[in-house]
Design a protein around this ligand. Structure first.
Ligand code: C2E
Ligand code: CA
Ligand code: CA
Length: 625
């Protein structure tokens, strides 16, 4: 015997209470969340998570209406079903289907929508996907801010008939809370934005700039050198404002901001608008003040050479710049910015386009940049000359060759030695052009001697590291040799030992190719570059040139003498010719000769001299047959 009782109703009632409890818990947790969270993204993420974990929903989504495109874009989701999510995203993105979604209808009507059985509901566009994802009912609620539906909150349940009247009441409250938080946080973020950014240009303001600069100085410890702060001011901005109106002035500021950020490499976080027509920039990784000067000159012209289109007028804008360098002009962001502004103030009172904070720096950089400028001109005006220093065979005293040594015939000061300008040519990349010129000039001189019936000797041309590393160098040599079938007999290349050792494998392949063209190779400044013997034996070269320092030491100490003797023997055992550089005394001559050195070069015989002098003194007419 037993009693039979229908418990369906009770069960139903229990389930309902349990459901409401869950929704209630979600509501109170999200309530707490809106009070705590200060960031919209976090709010959305957390709200979805709570819906899932506390509410037991299958999936939750917050989507916002994109103001620009008016499309609905999912911002945050929770729930593991990536596939369903992707379907939803696709539908929202599709021009044709998007307007027919429940979400779109909710936004339009500003009313919540419920589907309590997605399997039979024709409004559930993604019916099959829902079934696959285990979703049986869903609710879409509008997020209302200031009377507008700015987005939706969608909840997906695995239970059929989940969203009844009571649940929906609670969920509407929840949507209101989220919407309130969106409004509140949004306002706060806008205020924050105003506290840190300039609304006209979107650039950082002074406060944020200082913060970022200081951070940059700290984060680049222990080596924060190479940081420079620039403050830039538009000339006659007030006139532009007065003439064209403030809106036009704002427009100009916007355009200037866009251009300086572009010219500065596109990273807007290094830029700021400090006030009216004043901008600030900080740069890192500057090697030296000269580079800072070059940076300003190049960027200034890139930014302000073109006109700005303002109210159908083409306006040209001039700017002045003040520069402060870390650490010379300040150890912290405040001081650097202050000093850059002081430099700017000075520049505004003078004809200078830019000034460094210290006068000495401005002068140094100006001098250096003017030198660079004059060197550029020197190329165009052909102010470089090659002088030749003879090489003699120690046994026969015959002239066996010449080394070409470049000089700059500066019309202002006269002949300038290579040590004063080669480093600048290298730093600015001009060395390629000048180096190519030297190769052509040497080959031309050789051919001229040859054609004049003189005892033409091979000319050694010094090659800079940058030239040798340049992948086009071989082709360049080929072109030079192309001038004449005999050109290859007139050219030798001098390459310093340290350069060759820098990248031995590459050097070997390049040198081999050069020699294959008939050009000979000498290793310059030999003894200073720490060659390893194993590499040395594999180097495809013809000659070793003993550095002047060793020749000098040779007569001073027995060790010095032993060293030169060793180098000579080493060279000979590798089948290389040896040339001693910087020979100045008879004693050195005699010693070198007795050590079996092949050739010498030095003031004892001659300094480097102009071509005509070299021809007269060291080349004779070949005896005619
Ligand atoms: P380097 O290749 O070692 O050239 C030898 C230097 O020693 C030359 O100085 C020469 O005038 C000097 N010299 C020659 N004999 C004596 C001597 O008996 N006593 C003393 N005290 N010095 C002597 P210079 O002409 O001032 O050239 C300096 C350096 O400039 C060269 O050193 C070379 O590295 C570089 N150079 C010269 N011309 C060129 C060029 O066309 N291209 C490149 N890339 N570098 C060049
Ligand atoms: Ca040399
Ligand atoms: Ca040398």
């Amino acid at each position: 015997m037993g009693t039979c009782q229908d418990v369906t109703d009770r069960k139903q009632a229990e389930l309902k209470i349990e459901r409401l409890n869950r929704v209630n818990a979600v509501l109170s947790q999200i309530n707490a969340l809106t009070v705590r969270v200060r960031d919209l993204d976090e709010l959305f993420r957390e709200a979805c998570r709570i819906a899932l974990e506390t509410g037991g929903f299958r999936m939750a989504m917050i989507a916002m209406v994109d103001q620009a495109t008016t499309k609905i874009v999912p911002i945050a989701t929770a729930g593991k079903d990536e596939e369903l999510l992707q379907f939803i995203r696709n539908v929202f993105a599709s021009d044709e289907k998007a307007p027919t979604t429940m979400a779109a209808k909710v936004i339009r009507d500003k009313l919540a929508m419920v589907s309590n059985d997605t399997e039979i509901d024709p409004r559930a566009l993604l019916r099959e996907s829902y079934t696959r994802a285990g979703v049986r009912s869903l609710a879409v609620l509008p997020l209302m801010v200031a009377g507008e539906a700015v987005g939706i909150l969608a909840l997906y349940s695995r239970e059929k008939d989940f969203f009844r009247e009571e649940e929906m009441k609670l969920l509407s409250e929840l949507a209101e809370d989220v919407a309130f938080a969106i409004d509140h946080i949004g306002k706060e973020q806008r205020l924050n934005y105003l506290a840190y950014y300039d609304p006209t240009t979107g650039l950082a303001n002074r406060g944020l700039f200082l913060e970022r600069l200081q951070e940059n100085l700290l984060s680049s410890q222990p080596d924060p050198c190479g940081q420079a702060v620039f403050v830039l001011d538009i000339e006659r901005f007030k006139t532009i404002n007065d003439t064209f109106g403030q809106k036009a002035g704002d427009d100009l500021l916007k355009q200037v901001a866009v251009r300086i950020v572009q010219a500065g490499g596109g990273d807007a976080s290094r830029f700021a608008r400090l006030g009216a027509d004043r901008f600030a920039i900080f740069a890192s990784d500057m090697d030296n003040a000269e580079q800072v000067g070059r940076y300003v000159e190049q960027r200034l012209s890139a930014t302000f050479n073109g006109s700005f289109r303002i109210r159908d007028n083409d306006l040209y804008v001039l700017v002045k710049v003040g520069i402060a360098l870390f650490p010379d002009d300040g150890w912290d962001a405040e001081t650097l910015l202050r000093n850059a502004e002081a430099a700017l103030k000075k520049a505004k009172g003078t004809g200078d386009r830019y000034l460094f904070f210290t006068k000495a720096m401005t002068e140094r950089v100006a001098e250096r940049l003017s030198l660079e400028h004059r060197l550029r001109q020197a190329i165009d005006k052909e102010e470089f000359v090659l002088h030749y220093q003879p090489k003699l065979n120690l046994a026969t005293r015959n002239v066996t060759g010449a080394e070409a040594l470049i000089r700059w015939n500066d019309p202002r000061t006269g002949l300038i030695p290579p040590g004063m300008f080669i480093p600048i040519l290298e730093e600015t990349g001009l060395i390629h052009e000048v180096g190519r010129w030297a190769l052509y000039k040497a080959v031309e001189d050789y051919l001229r001697w040859r054609n004049a019936g003189l005892t033409a000797v091979r000319i050694a041309v010094n090659v800079s590291a940058l030239q040798l590393r340049n992948r086009g160098f071989l082709a360049e040599i080929g072109q030079v040799l192309g001038i004449d079938a005999h050109a290859e007999n007139g050219l030798e290349l001098e390459i310093t030992e340290s350069l060759v050792m820098e990248n031995v494998k590459y050097s070997i392949s390049v040198l081999e190719a050069i020699r294959a063209m008939g050009v000979t190779i000498a290793i310059d400044d030999f003894g200073t570059g720490f060659s390893s013997l194993s590499y040395l034996s594999r180097l495809p070269v013809d000659t070793l040139k003993i550095d002047r320092a060793f020749v000098n030491d040779m007569t001073a100490s027995t060790q010095g003498l032993a060293l030169v003797s060793t180098i000579i023997n080493l060279a000979h055992s590798l089948q290389h010719k040896v040339v001693a550089e910087g020979v100045e005394t008879d004693a050195q001559w005699d010693l070198l000769k007795s050590l079996d050195c092949d050739e010498m070069q030095g003031f004892l015989i001659s300094k480097p001299v102009p071509t005509e002098v070299f021809e007269k003194l060291f080349l004779s007419l070949k005896a005619s047959k």
